[in-house]
Design a protein around this ligand. Structure first.
Ligand code: NDP
Ligand SMILES: O=C(O)C1=N[C@H](C(=O)O)C[C@H](O)C1
Length: 256
């Protein structure tokens, strides 16, 4: 089956990567890509970019099977509302949503199949799946989460770090998160240290350090390039195409 794709954020780091990856696949046909910033002559991977202001029209008239979104939280929820109105499935990898925005995504998923994942690398999903076991096996150990990304990233900590933190907290007895340390700030028992590094062109690294005074376990994922996220997002789009309305995550895709 070939799905019809709509793509948002066409000039973004991930939007470009999704359009390039889709052009190499036989199971995806891009029927439109929108951009806020491109002018009428811009194209990416052979796809002409159209104005983001036209999204509500395009999502009806071009009849996409699925829209793939990597933009920002404010735009992603607007795209989700428009997809819900049009009855078109949505895959979003956007991160940095607040509680209200997450509720809007949830409301959209009452109408359409909606898959939201903070990280479409299969290795990260595997990491999410194993970290709870490590935490359960090492009660009382110190836990620190360190993520490193390129200097253009807006949200911190990363969506992936937040997902890992939820998993850590669900599987151990912790008192709270400490974001960075400065001055007279000795480690408190039970806290989880969280550190967001922003430097250069780093694609995305996540590390969980679990240690006591005698041993140290480090669980690390490093994305080598953004193609891994684009491939996962397109796998998710193909998987989502014939689902019932509801809220899905990437684990549903790789579990099959
Ligand atoms: N789930 C995953 O696997 C991954 C998730 N991400 C997440 O994806 C998102 C995008 O990342 P990245 O591509 O690096 O970011 P970029 O800043 O490179 O691109 C985002 C693009 O989205 C569009 N955009 C931004 N704000 C708005 C808005 N308010 N309205 C409409 N369009 C908007 C712009 O494109 P244009 O001007 O063309 O419209 C912009 O270039 C981030 O939240 C990031 O954390 C990133 C990598 C992997
Ligand atoms: O902004 C990015 O680049 C990335 N964002 C995602 C996140 O916030 O977790 C995933 C990936 O690490 C790249």
């Amino acid at each position: 089956m070939t799905i019809r794709l709509g793509v948002t954020g066409g000039t973004g780091r991930m939007g470009r990567e999704v359009l390039a990856a889709a052009s190499e696949r036989e199971d995806c046909e891009v029927v439109f890509a929108v951009s806020r910033s491109a002018d009428e002559t811009d194209s990416v991977a052979g796809v002409d970019l159209e104005s983001a202001g036209e999204f509500e029209t395009l999502v009806v008239e071009r009849e996409p099977t699925v829209v793939v979104d990597f933009t920002g939280p404010a735009s992603a929820v607007e795209y989700a509302d428009a997809c819900a109105d049009a009855g078109v499935a949505l895959v979003t990898g956007t991160t940095g949503f607040d509680e209200d925005q997450l509720e809007r995504l949830q409301a959209a998923s009452d109408e359409i199949p909606l898959l939201h994942a903070p990280n479409f690398a299969r290795g990260v999903q595997a990491l999410v799946n194993v970290v709870g076991q490590a935490i359960r096996n090492l009660p009382g150990y110190d836990v620190e989460v360190v993520e490193t990304h390129h200097n253009g990233k807006r949200d911190a900590p990363s969506g992936t770090a937040n997902r890992l933190l939820e998993e850590i907290e669900a599987n151990g007895d912790f008192t709270g998160r400490t974001h960075g340390r400065e001055g007279d700030a000795p480690r408190e028992t039970g806290e989880i240290g969280v550190h967001a590094l922003r430097a250069g062109n780093v694609t995305g690294e996540h590390e969980i350090v679990i240690a006591d005074n005698h041993e140290e376990l480090r669980l690390t994922h490093r994305a080598e390039d953004r193609g891994v996220f684009a491939a996962g997002a397109l796998d998710a789009a193909v998987w989502l195409a014939d689902r019932d309305p509801g809220s899905y995550d990437f684990d549903d895709v790789i579990a099959e």
